[in-house]
Each structure stands twice: as structure tokens, then as C-alpha cells.
Design a protein. Sequence first.
Length: 212
Amino acid sequence: MADIPVASVRRKRRSSGEVADRILEAAGEEFEQSGYVGATTASIARRAEVTEAQIFRLFGSKRELFHAAIFEPLNRHFAAFHARTVSDPASPQTEALAFQYIAELQEFIEQHSRMLMSLIVASAYSPETTDGVGEMEGLRTYFRRGSAMMTERVGDGAKVDPSLMVRVSFAAVLANVMFRDWLFPAGTDSESIRKAIGEFVLYGIDVSTPKP
């Protein structure tokens, strides 16, 4: 009796672009779930269904992969946030517009909280991986435009330098969103927190505004 040929099933060969996309998606998930220190290239390779050799051939190192999967996308998100929300710095900044801007910043941080947390943890435990955070163009644009908006609002002679004020305000929003479970009693509703953050930031701006 003749042997029955067994058909071999071959996996369709993926392009290098497809492989890179799979790796970046898997790396983003792994870094967000385990942080920079906890994530391993082996676990990322398993998640992406590739080999570690493929990862290192495309990205060189775990640090480069972290930048490509977390750092760069976060920078692009910041740039998109500006394009969507920031008005002309020379236009009048009403209190309603300021509240809206702060609320949208909170929403932005909430949407990307896991990515931001990965960056924060990496900065704390592996600072060499995030030594370029200050050079992120999206973040620098946020501070530059925010400073222009605050300068327009407070005018000359502000008690606090607007370039510092915008950074302190950003830190206040970031901390209250990222560490909400630590800071607020259980059951505190989001709208109350959002309003409190907005009033806190605007109060600080008003205090810094020179009085006639």
C-alpha cells in the first residue's frame, strides 16, 4: 500500500514591517503590564510570536525597544493633543476655556495612564532608559505653548514665572490622575476631582497675577 503524502502546512512569511508591528504591539502591552524592569525580551517575543533574535535584529536593545514602543508613541500623542486642544496663544483666555483645557489634559492622561506609568517606573528604576524625556518634542511643545497661554493670562510681573507655573500645573494634574486611588477616598466621583484640580490650577494662576 502506497504511503499517503502528508501535506505540510507552512506559515505565510511575514514582512519585516509586519514583524516590527507585532513586536511593538507586544512590547507596548508587556511594558505597560510589567514595567520596564519586569518586562523581558523573552516574554515580548512569546507575546509577538517571534524570536528574540528578530527583536534584537530590528531594535538593537531592550532600551531601544522601550523607546519605540512607549516613548515615541507617547510623544506623538502629546503632539496630537496640542493640535486638537491648544488655541492661538495670542487669543483671549477665558476661565471657561482654561477649565476646558485642564479637563482635556486630565482626559488625555487618563487615556494614556498605563503608558505614562511605564515611563514613570522606568525613570525611577532604570533612569538611563528615560534620559531623553526632557527632549520629547511633544512635551516641550506642551510646556512652550502652555507658558505662552499663561503669560497672556497673567501679563507682565507675574509672581511665578509662567514657564514654571505651567510645569507645576501639569505635575498637579498628572499626580492627581495617576495616583487617584492613593489620594482620594473610595467613592469620590470623577467630576468632583476634575473640578477641584481645575480650580486649584486656576487659583494658582490668579494668585500669581499682579494686582493693579
